[in-house]
Design a protein around this ligand. Sequence first.
Ligand code: IDP
Ligand code: MG
Length: 139
Amino acid sequence: MTKNRTFTMIKPDAVANGHTGAILNDIIKNGFKLVALKYTSLSGTKASEFYAVHAGRPFYNDLVSFMSSGPIVAAILEKNNAIDDFRTLIGATDPAKADEGTIRNKYAKSIEANAVHGSDSDENAEIEGNFFFSAFERF
Ligand code: IDP
Ligand code: MG
């Protein structure tokens, strides 16, 4: 199988709680190669743009303010079967339902403050990676 890519963010809760290093270590140990990495933050406008697909959902406004509440870490990851394997590694959206040992099981606080993002398709991984990284920041 050819290598492909996914996009992730370590969300403000996990960065604020000091889990950045442990989460990056879990990601690398599970066979994902970092091909872009950035410590940054989202303005309200940028967060609403990133999550535009969820506009109109009851949790949208809270999600936008949460995602713009503090620093995040954004990364592009490469691995065989990257999208599915990364979704398996992070676990269910609601950490209460995330399998033992998954990143959300270990580090997330709530269904909103759930520690990490993972792209849901190859197409969205490309869009999301391009949202954060210019061509000369990706390898
Ligand atoms: P995902 O991150 O597992 O792909 P999505 O359904 O795409 O989950 O939702 C995007 C983000 O919106 C979630 O990661 C979480 O932060 C937030 N979210 C999703 N569902 C809820 C909810 O029911 N209440 C509050 N926040 C939610
Ligand atoms: Mg999603």
